[in-house]
Design a binder for this molecule. Structure first.
Ligand code: T4K
Length: 375
């Protein structure tokens, strides 16, 4: 392994020469944002790529979530997972909605649909679920509960761009789905995100809301926000789409190599994914149990000393942050599986800069934690 640091994520960027003609066109036109031609072309390209015809681009995944909740007029209480990036619950908070945390499934680390019903109250209006690490949530079971209780379903698919189940893109599920094109994601536009809407009317409402609520030059129909994607990001997105399949293929190789190299190490469990689905290999999470010779945090620190910058996604658990920990549903006794996963998880580097030799070295350091500290 080389001496360079290995980060948990590293953006894939296309050759600059592929982007330059688009930059020249943007320079020439002087149209930098507010729904220019690249914005329109990228939305169209994404619709074709995902098979979801009503996609609205957004500044980032967090604003996409805030906007989706706004446009669906969600209020009161929303049932959600504590095992996510903090943006999931923050989007509820920014809409004045109370998150109600439900524990996760120990195998997928997604919200456990069988625990949702017990958390429903007269104030519950929606379920906000996550496809954690790109692993599809149990969309059928979630929809069934939503139908019975007349709840709206929103998916945080920030990790799931490119993931497909038997019916096509995972982004099509729920009343709305959002995804993220942040620098650390499998598909990046620097910052960026998108909202998958069920129909043209829903997308139109998002379009108003992401442009301050303007319906025309003088009409503001709602207190909107600035959630638009700029032309540079949209142009980059168009170029990135050309490379997406090869990016995923490379990640698949790394994922396969990790699984082989980590196999049999006592106390280390690789998360399993449903093999019938088209994955995007967005993260490589392992769970470090009590059978492992050191604590998870010690392994994290030792790897870091060796230049391996793994991350504890998601530690601390959202429900343990000061903003949320006084909520009744945040009690650790309500969320034993999420708390345990949060204490055990480590996401290892997975991106195009990681070589198979790197993977073997990382696995060897994990197999021999004493070695990691002395490197
Ligand atoms: N929902 C979920 C479930 C999410 O995971 C996220 C974001 C969102 C919603 C919100 O979507 P956005 O609003 O972000 O579009 C990162 C990202 O900032 C965040 O986007 C992501 N989830 C989260 C899981 O991870 P940090 O604080 O860990 O990022 P940072 O800056 O420490 O980066 C991690 C590593 O990536 C660095 O050690 C080096 C590498 N890196 C990072 C950046 C920013 C690069 O190589 N280049 C870069 O430009 O949060």
């Amino acid at each position: 392994m080389s001496n360079r640091p290995l980060y948990v994520a590293q953006p894939y960027l296309p050759p600059l020469k592929e982007l330059l003609p688009h930059l020249e066109a943007i320079w020439e036109s002087r149209v930098l944002t507010n729904g220019g031609s690249y914005h329109q072309r990228f939305e169209q390209a994404l619709a074709e790529q995902t098979g979801c015809p009503h996609i609205a681009l957004c500044t980032n995944g967090t604003l996409a979530l805030v906007l989706a909740l706004q446009s669906l007029r969600i209020t009161g209480e929303v049932i959600t997972t504590p095992y996510s990036f903090v943006a999931t619950s923050h989007a509820l908070h920014w809409n004045g909605i109370k998150p109600v945390f439900v524990d996760i499934d120990p195998t997928t680390l997604n919200i456990d649909p069988y625990k949702i019903e017990a958390a429903i109250t007269p104030q519950t209006t929606a379920i906000l679920a996550l496809h954690c690490y790109g692993q599809p949530a149990d969309t059928a079971a979630i929809q069934k509960i939503a139908d019975i209780y007349n709840l709206t379903v929103i998916y945080d698919a920030a990790h799931a761009f490119g993931v497909e189940d038997a019916g096509g893109s995972i982004l099509r599920h729920g009343d709305m789905s959002i995804t993220s094109f942040h620098a650390t994601k499998v598909f990046t536009t620097f910052e960026g995100g998108a909202i998958v809407c069920p129909d043209a009317k829903a997308k139109q409402r998002i379009n108003y809301l992401k442009n301050f609520g303007f319906a025309d030059e003088t009409t503001v129909i709602a207190p909107g926000i600035n959630g638009k994607m700029n032309e540079f990001s949209a142009a980059l997105g168009i170029v990135q789409l050309e490379h997406f399949d090869s990016v995923i293929a490379r990640r698949r190789e790394i994922d396969t190599a990790y699984r082989a190299a980590l196999d049999g190490i006592r106390g280390i469990r690789c998360l399993t994914f449903d093999t019938s689905e088209k994955r995007n290999y967005s993260y490589f999470p392992i769970l470090v149990s009590g059978e492992y010779p050191t604590a998870r945090d010690e392994l994290y620190a030792r790897l870091k000393k060796s230049g391996i910058h793994s991350r504890r996604y998601f530690y601390p658990l959202i429900s343990n942050f000061p903003t949320y920990r006084s909520l009744p549903s945040s009690q650790p006794s309500n969320l034993p599986i999420a708390n345990r996963a949060s204490d055990q998880v480590l996401c290892l580097p997975i991106h195009a800069e990681v070589t198979i030799a790197d993977v073997e070295e990382i696995a060897s350091l994990i197999a021999n934690p004493q070695r990691a500290s002395t490197c």
